[in-house]
Write a protein that binds this ligand. Structure first.
Ligand code: ATP
Ligand code: RIB
Length: 310
């Protein structure tokens, strides 16, 4: 290990209510329990990278407020480098209101605050470390121009680029073409391609459509079903591990962080994919986004005990 990974993305304070069922519009469901959790897709991915043993620089933006302070402290506690985390004096730290039901499924609304102002200049500040990085990982909870700029910059330095196109958003295919690997979940895949992934063959057809934009590898996460990798001439399905889900918030982020870690370490994609499925599967058995992320030792132990072949 000892590879460097850059994560450019969002950071939020998650305000969560665990409740028996998620209310429909106009409905009130009471009897829930409340907790706060450290979140934001970018920060969740950064903490994953660090807990799984690689050096991580997080490029992001928080407000100059109590939530921003706490989130920064938690990144430091998790040994994520925050030299390129900007403090925004004019906009608050991003907040996510999350409802989690009995099955671990969630509904999320986000007030992005400072995340919406993460600029190209903010990303450019990472130039002193970019040449030593192996992978740049980014998502769509920051301005799309910043995503595009980050990917272009990484390409210039010949770094592997991973775009997690979450949350679902229609984007210019040119941005997709800047990513070596694109990792949508099923609803993001539908937004990007217009194809409803009802069956495995739909997932493959939609994945191939993304390859036509110049992406090398598409990895679709399928929740409790696992994940599917689609390349030009082949595809590989990896089933999820069997666990009892408590809270799936951030499962996709753990998956992406783990994938980045194993690729940075030189694993073939098939192996990296299996490792990511295990890491994300462990995370859904615990509540919270960053709090639920396993360490490298925990993932290794699970793989040993369950005799999983990578
Ligand atoms: P989120 O938005 O909640 O972070 P996502 O929709 O981006 O998640 P998913 O496809 O739901 O991502 O999950 C990512 C990965 O997590 C899956 O590919 C799978 O490996 C693992 N996972 C998710 N849910 C479960 C589950 N119930 N049991 C086991 N593994 C799961
Ligand atoms: O992917 C999960 C994350 O999405 C949460 O932590 C929340 O902050 C939202 O950004």
């Amino acid at each position: 290990m000892n590879n460097t990974i850059l994560v450019a993305g969002s950071i939020n304070m998650d305000l969560v209510i665990k409740v028996r069922s998620i209310p429909k519009p106009g409905e009130t469901v009471s009897g829930g329990t409340f907790y706060r959790a450290y979140g934001g897709k970018g920060a969740n991915q950064a903490v994953t990278v660090s807990r799984l043993g690689e050096e991580c620089y997080f490029i992001g933006r928080v407000g100059k407020d109590v939530f921003g302070e706490e989130l920064k402290e938690n990144l430091l506690k998790n040994k994520v480098n925050i030299d390129y985390l900007v403090e925004d004096k004019d906009n608050p730290t991003g907040i996510a209101f999350i409802m989690v039901d009995n099955t671990g499924e969630n509904s999320i609304v986000v007030a992005p605050g400072a995340n919406s102002f993460l600029s190209q200049d903010n990303v450019r500040r990472c130039l002193p470390v970019i040449s030593k990085a192996r992978v740049l990982l980014t998502q769509l909870e920051i301005p799309v121009e910043t995503v595009s700029f980050s990917l272009e910059l990484a390409k210039k330095y010949d770094i592997v680029t991973i775009l997690n196109p979450a949350p679902a958003k229609e984007i210019d295919p040119h941005i997709l073409s800047l990513a070596d690997i694109v990792t949508p979940n099923e609803s993001e895949l539908k937004t990007l391609t217009g194809i409803e992934p009802r069956e495995e063959r739909d997932v493959i057809r939609a994945g191939r459509k993304l390859l036509e934009y110049g992406v090398e590898i598409v990895v679709v996460t399928l929740g409790s079903k696992g994940a599917m990798m689609i390349e030009r001439d082949s595809e590989l399905y990896v089933p999820a591990i069997k666990v009892s889900a408590v809270d799936t918030t951030g499962a996709g982020d753990v998956f992406n962080g783990a994938l980045a870690v194993r690729l940075a370490d030189g694993d073939p994609v098939e192996r990296a994919l299996k490792y990511a499925v295990v890491s994300a599967g462990i995370s859904v058995t615990r509540r919270g986004a960053q709090d639920s992320i396993p360490t490298m030792e925990e993932v290794d132990q699970f793989i040993r005990e369950e005799m999983i072949e990578l």
